[in-house]
Design a binder for this molecule. Sequence first.
Ligand SMILES: [Zn+2]
Length: 196
Amino acid sequence: MRPVKEKILRDVVTPGESLGIIEEFLPGEGTYLDDDNIKSLYFGVAVLDIEERKVHVRPLGRERLLPVKGDIVIGEVNSVKRDTATIVIKKIENKDAWLKPSFHGMLHISQVSDKFVESLSSAIRVTDIVRAKIINNKVPYQLSMKDKELGVILAFCVNCQNPMVLKDRKLYCPQCRNQEEERKISLRYSTPFKLQ
Ligand SMILES: [Zn+2]
């Protein structure tokens, strides 16, 4: 085996992210071509083989990184029951690391807010993107959203799947004008586009 000279092109890439054009590099493992664009198949590290001028993406593996107590994570709500919800944890925000494969976390109704929450389904919904904190050190991971900056950071309209925006601290769909009531919204709710 000959020694491979390589360098890290980008620490964290997401699926579909463009890594360069075919004139610059050749597409390697973990990439695909979209016209002239070389794109990543995975959440991972983009590595450039200098000799072959080939770009590879190595998926971020489970063994590389485990969430620990105190980590702030980004995940998608997968299911909501009476007292518990399942969140698919996709990223450890404070370590800027995407998890591939992703982990499941559990959110109990008592961990939603310091205020009384009558039903979990009024606080979060399936497909919501949430920012939460890991509060234990073992599987299944337990999550908390008890902080102003924790909670839903992006929600999609139930009618048209459009990203919803905040209007008077409530979720509003600029596409079909659907408005939704209570939700545990994070102060970091990101508005994909501004309302006029
Ligand atoms: Zn809508």
